[in-house]
Design a protein around this ligand. Structure first.
Ligand SMILES: [Zn+2]
Ligand SMILES: [Zn+2]
Length: 352
């Protein structure tokens, strides 16, 4: 089967990708300081990972979550040429504002096309709920690519569109003015973001990869079935010999999720669901087993067995305020040498 070349925008403008948007929260923990200190010099990094929403299930604003943040899932991975957004929880609202600010500053004749891709792990509320509030989606000169699974057999566009019908939302999907390309993908597909082409390509398992360059971004997919009702996509971004794995909303197995351990083997960064403490997970009266989320210990076990360089705990339980999160992070540091609990504004830079 031939490569599925996606339609391109006729009058492209370029999306600007800048390396200087570091945001820090007040009073970072020692682990955060170490990470920032290590990465801070890398303004010429090839790959930037930025956390805009780190919370699972529902947003929790307020004075008890200012340190780690209260927004639901959204992680940006970008290089000089492409911007990939994992999930559209409420964290995507701040990212949208950032994209608009950059776009307004970049109106020169040589301006880059405004193109971005949203990769959805699945379509539970906390991963799509802020799409109607993502301002760049309303720009007629923007191109928005959305990729995700066809869970329970439902077309991805239909799943998103349903949440934006007039009964639930003042704006219909069709009323967002950007050029929208919404694509069902399978775990046998890969996504190729070439430096020479603003338009991403879907590559099926049988396609030749002859024109792949190290500098291009390649995204591969693992379908985890450890999340109700039809699982979740885990994504791996590879670029210049580096790998970042985004594994949210997935429950661990005894001895570690073997498929995930293989998929994430030797990755530079593993972003892993770590919603519960072991005590919460195994509580006899209010057990969280089967809910489709991991414990901190499960995330650390996968990181250890996959030999990843950096583990980022993610999809924090909304009931875990800053005080609990600090304890969570301290506990995790006893289990895995290089771990940090994701917080809004955290950036990790990879590259030369
Ligand atoms: Zn979730
Ligand atoms: Zn979910």
């Amino acid at each position: 089967m031939a490569n599925r070349n996606l339609p391109s925008e006729k009058t492209p403008k370029q999306g600007s990708a800048q390396d200087d948007t570091r945001v820090t929260t007040p009073n970072p923990t020692p682990a955060q300081l170490a990470l920032e200190g290590k990465e801070n010099h890398s303004s010429n990094s090839k790959l930037v990972i930025k956390f805009w929403g780190v919370r699972g299930s529902y947003p929790v604003p307020g004075p008890k979550t200012v340190k780690y943040g209260g927004n639901t899932s959204c992680v940006e991975v970008r290089n000089q040429h492409h911007r990939i957004i994992f999930d559209a929880g409420t964290g995507i609202i701040g990212l949208g504002d950032q994209i608009l600010t950059e776009h307004r500053q970049d109106q020169a004749p040589t301006a880059q096309p405004l193109v971005f891709s949203i990769l959805l792990s699945h379509t539970h509320h906390d991963h799509i709920q802020a799409l109607p509030f993502f301002q760049p989606a309303y720009l007629s000169q923007a191109s928005m690519y959305v990729f995700g699974p066809q869970l329970l057999g439902y077309d991805l566009r239909e799943s998103i569109s349903e949440t934006m019908n007039a009964r639930y939302c003042p704006v219909r999907l069709e009323e967002m003015n950007s050029h929208k390309v919404i694509v069902n993908i399978a775990d046998t597909d890969r996504l190729l973001f070439q430096n020479s082409n603003k338009v991403p390509r879907v590559i099926t398992a049988r396609d030749e990869m002859a024109d792949l360059h190290q500098e291009d971004l390649l995204v591969s997919i693992m379908h985890s079935y450890a999340h109700p009702k039809d699982g979740v996509f885990v994504f791996k971004v590879q670029n210049n010999g580096h790998a970042v794995v985004y594994a949210t909303d997935t429950e661990g197995y005894r001895g570690g999720d073997a498929r995930l351990i293989k998929f994430a083997q030797d990755a530079d960064v593993l972003i892993h669901d770590a919603q519960y403490t072991t005590e919460e997970y195994t509580d006899v009266l209010h057990s969280k087993q089967g809910f489709g989320h991991s414990t901190i210990d499960m995330a650390c076990e996968v990181a250890e067995k996959a030999n990843v360089k950096q583990l980022v705990l993610f999809h924090h339980d909304p009931r875990h305020d800053d005080e609990v999160m600090q304890k969570v992070e301290a506990h995790a540091r006893r289990l895995f040498k290089n771990v940090i609990a994701a917080y809004e504004g955290l950036e990790v830079h990879l590259g030369p």
